[in-house]
Design a protein around this ligand. Sequence first.
Ligand SMILES: [Zn+2]
Length: 406
Amino acid sequence: MRTIYNKRAKMQRAELDGGTQIQFLYKYITNGGYVSFNKINAETNQLESLFFAHPVSIQLCKMFSCVFLLDCTYKTNRYKLPLLCIVGVTSTNRSFYAAFVFMSNEVETSYAWALECFRTILDQKKLPCVLVTDREIALMNAIAVVFPGAKNILCKFHISRNILAHCKKEFKNGKEWEKFNGKWQQLVDSPRESDFYQTFLEMKTEYEIAYPQVYSYVVTTWITPYKEYFVAAWVDMHLHLGNSTTNRVEGSHCQLKKFLEVSIGNLATIWQTFDQMINLQHTEIMRSFGQSTIQTNRVFSSSLYSDLLGYISITALEYIKKEEFRARTGHGSFEGCTHKIKYTLGLPCAHDLLSYIRNNNTFPLWMIHDHWKQLTLREIKEEQDIKEENEADSKIDVEIEGILRR
Ligand SMILES: [Zn+2]
């Protein structure tokens, strides 16, 4: 047994001595049954970018295509290859790795190539409504070209971190900074455009002269070019399913880093880590679907839920439950409702539930957004397409094999 292991270790070492790491990664990916696309530099014949997605992830992408979070990271491997991570969200509020792209650089054309690849694995009739990113200009430009119909939302925590780094030092004392930061948070959370302009005016009065650097930084870097990308008044008009930060993808990275700390750090190991994690994720997602289809939950026993139980996820039921509570305790006046629940989640607001509650009626299933109704892994209808893609890929395989043999 030991000899076999040693032999295998020797072989791996031997493999890693030749060719570039990304080219070896390509081999593991295709052997592992993943769908992949690659870009080869015409001059050097080197593999430049590598996109890959697990077949189950592709099914999940087709089922849950409303929102994706994109994050680029550099620290996951010692070769410092930028890695674009695309994460989706299920009906049960679980994150899933949609796709990964190793890129040799982070210029706009590389991002555009990565996004084009991503678009091909999606259901073309259901392209994303929302894409959440950090302020990575090249990525944002590429999104505008490849997904012109999607709303690009900027992670508000990422913005907060930038403001902390740029502005805190300018203030005389901690108390002054806290006051400014409080105002900034209020501005970001403005539920209506009118609230935004009101708070902005207060901010201008207080800080334009007293703290000109701070004021000019927040205005020129964030407010003027990007207010529609992160202020609630604009962002909450879009179906972001509660994702106005990239925390979900950063959380996934932390999980990834935990694995990587104990690994040797070469790309083969990173590959195995990905594979294990993705499979684990899929198992957990299937379990969460199962939990939502078991109709034994006593919390949702009222007739309001009788057409919904088992057909929408528990996550959606819990959101509706909160609105039901608001309807029952809100004394009937919802004139000021910004319909955040309806626009951002595709679920009924408290006032939509009122008449159903009063008349003891059941809430109709058709009024719930399809996102919440996906509770089984669908068959891949486009299996044939993927097969054809694989055949096209295998031609490139041969080329790569050639490169590797040199
Ligand atoms: Zn409403």
